[in-house]
Ligand binder design. Structure first.
Ligand code: PLP
Length: 396
């Protein structure tokens, strides 16, 4: 094998991005994780239990579906990796299953998590119920009002949802509260972060748990096309976990083009956007050095997207490196174009996608596709949770 240029290095960096920029009080927790995670994940007994749960509880492997009518329309062979068929409706549960098994092996009794729209909170509350562990989810007070059904789902599952009332009362404030809780309860609590963000080893750990997506893709593509390698893989990027999972086993195979799609909201220069690579600069966010949207003096800019899961002011360090190195192709899609692409998939294939995912479905005509190209779109989630947004948008 040639050198792995796009994987994390032993210091926790992807190129110049990554690392662990954390308050001293968190060193013991992060140090414990860093020294244990590879050993635990590499243990065959861990892998057996993880694989069994992914199969029987989550419903893996998820199908790789050839979307014939979509393929006809765009003149390429387009496959959909059906993460929308996972239990709880999206890829996020792959990571929460992995992390709760890891927490058990670290001897932790309690789980904390942060959530924005509530999707990661629900995936965390789900695995805590499964394992009989105590679960506290921090959520901005404003987000709790906007995402009532997910708050109730978490409560039904037995989780305690704690409102974050500082700042703008959204995701970053919830993250701060979760960090504070962890500092005060280091020995009995594991913090489940929901994307490939946060201090090392989180981005790598989450990417490894999500990498089952591209592991399955290689086998399924070989069966369906005769080669494990597609020409393009397309995924939406909030923090970047579904994209990291879909790209993972192709990172160092440069003939596979990796397309990351960010949300530009009302337009890149509208002031209401979440297109980090277009608007961001290098800085430290949630414990890692990465690209983030910030003011001249380094204040984090409040992001905007119609999809709550892409409404994040940064991207994970792996993606910052894919962008800076030119390995990844970064595109951005507005609310309007994403909504249209969501309706298009519904009409052509009978699949209503999550609005996050719809962003990834809006870029076919921006790529120089030919009829021999094999394209895989990571269908990160289903649209049930977004019905209200579709109804409000109304153009269908
Ligand atoms: C949360 C979410 C995302 C965005 O998160 P990533 O970490 O970037 O994958 C995308 N799609 C769906 C369906 C989600 O729930």
């Amino acid at each position: 094998m040639s050198e792995l240029k796009y994987q994390v290095n032993e210091k926790g960096y992807y190129g110049e991005f990554g690392g662990a920029y954390i308050p001293e009080m968190l060193y013991p927790n992060i140090d414990e994780l860093r020294s244990e995670y590879l050993k635990i994940i590499g243990d065959p007994a861990f892998r057996t239990e993880f694989d069994q749960l992914l199969k029987d509880y989550v419903g893996r492997p998820t199908p790789l579906y050839e979307a014939k009518r979509l393929s006809d329309k765009y003149g390429a062979q387009i496959f959909l990796k059906r993460e929308d068929l996972c239990h709880t409706g999206a890829h996020k549960v792959n990571n929460t299953i992995g992390q709760i098994l890891l927490a058990q092996r670290l001897g932790k009794q309690k789980i904390i998590a942060e959530t924005g729209a509530g999707q990661h909170g629900v995936a965390t509350a789900t695995v805590c119920a499964l394992m009989g562990m105590e679960c506290i989810v921090y959520m901005g007070k404003v987000d709790m009002e906007r995402q009532r059904p997910n708050v109730e789902r978490m409560k039904i599952l037995g989780a305690k949802v704690v409102p974050a009332t500082s700042g703008s009362q959204t995701l970053k404030d919830a993250t701060n509260e979760a960090m504070r809780h962890w500092i005060n309860n280091p020995s009995d609590t594991h913090y489940i972060i929901g994307s490939v963000v946060g201090p090392h080893p989180y981005p790598d750990m989450v990417a490894r748990f999500q990498s089952v997506i591209s592991e399955e893709m290689r086998i399924q593509l070989s069966e369906k096309t005769g080669s494990p390698r597609p020409d393009y893989i397309i995924a939406c990027v909030g923090g970047g976990s579904n994209a990291a999972g879909a790209f993972y086993h192709y990172l160092d195979e440069p003939d596979v083009k990796l397309v990351a799609v960010e949300a530009s909201g009302m337009g890149v220069s509208s002031g209401k956007s979440a297109a980090t690579t277009k608007l961001g600069r290098s800085g430290v966010l949630h414990g890692s050095k990465t690209l983030l949207m910030q003011t001249e003096d380094g204040q984090v800019v409040e992001p905007y997207s119609i999809s709550a899961g892409l409404d994040y002011p940064g991207i994970g360090p792996m993606h910052a490196h894919l962008f800076a190195s030119g390995r990844g192709i970064f595109l951005d899609v507005t609310d309007e174009d994403a909504m249209q692409a969501g309706i298009e998939l519904s009409r052509l294939e009978g699949i209503i996608p999550a609005i996050e995912t719809a962003h990834a479905l809006a870029v076919f005509d921006r790529l120089p596709l030919t009829s021999s190209d094999v394209v895989v779109v990571n269908l990160s989630g289903r649209g049930d949770k977004d019905l209200d947004t579709y109804i409000k948008w109304g153009k269908y």
